[in-house]
Ligand binder design. Structure first.
Ligand code: PAF
Length: 255
């Protein structure tokens, strides 16, 4: 199964291709899940392109597309929610209250509805994949999670359903997320180990591009706890608003 919220791009299609390479039957799930939008986020503005999505899924050989309605996913009286602990708290969890509660709940529901052997997620949503792994381990859900690499535009910008909102000028400046990760990688390759110095450089770059910072963090990829020294492979993660459009990206820094 490839779970999505629609507005599909090459990143999603790469998950479909990975699933097709591994599995007999590939099911895509398209559902804009209201419960994972934080109170300040506008669900009604999320891009909806169902027919184009189905055409794209069809062209890469998806066997089944499941497009449940709100009434099918959250039936009357729904009142059970998955609260994931520590791993869901920093980064996205801090900026988007209730987000991972909604994600973990809908993912568990979709795993129960579809009952796939494998489910595919993108590395761009690193914390989401970590939260889902935690949930299925804690609740003994019989599914294997596969996380596939982030697919990027030619200039490095991570593909995202939200990129369509960027004006041509904002689109050019949005490459700063990638440039920030690149500068961090270069600093680590050159021997820099002080996380604060790396974060400062990334911050300067983002500010110069007119980005508004939700977070720029260097964390342990297993626990998402902040690190002060790059002593092991470390996750650099950032969430930046460009002209009000919120984008995220991440990379592993290898000392
Ligand atoms: O990554 C997404 O598109 C969503 O968070 C997911 C996993 C489909 C749950 O609604």
């Amino acid at each position: 199964m490839v779970p999505t919220m629609g507005a599909l791009h090459e990143g999603h299609l790469s998950l479909v291709r990975a699933s097709k390479a591994d599995c007999d039957i590939t099911v895509a799930w398209i559902y804009v899940n209201p419960s994972q939008f934080a109170p300040h986020e506008d669900l009604s503005k999320y891009p909806r392109t169902l027919q184009a999505d189905i055409d794209k899924l069809d062209s890469c050989g998806t066997d089944l597309v499941f497009v449940p309605t709100d009434a099918e996913v959250y039936r009357p009286g729904h009142s059970t929610w998955i609260e994931v602990g520590t791993i869901a708290e920093p980064l996205e969890g801090r900026c988007r209250p209730g987000h991972f509660r909604g994600v973990a709940t809908v993912v568990l529901k979709m795993l129960n509805m579809v009952q796939p052997d494998l489910a595919y997620f993108g590395q761009k949503d690193f914390q989401q994949a970590a939260v889902i792994r935690r949930t299925i381990a804690d609740l003994d859900v019989p599914v294997e999670i596969r996380v596939c690499p982030t697919i990027r535009e030619n200039d490095g910008l991570a593909m995202s359903s939200r990129n369509v909102y960027l004006s041509p000028d904002a689109r050019q400046r949005a490459v700063v997320l990638w440039n920030g990760l690149e500068i961090a990688r270069r600093m680590v390759a050159a021997g820099q180990r002080d996380a604060a110095i790396i974060v400062r450089q990334m911050t300067e770059l983002v500010v110069a591009a007119g980005g508004e910072i939700d977070y720029i963090a260097l964390v342990d990829p297993n626990t998402l706890a902040a690190v002060t020294e790059i002593a092991f492979p470390t996750l650099a993660a950032l969430a930046i608003k460009i002209d009000g459009i919120r984008l995220i990206d991440n990379a592993i820094l290898e000392p």
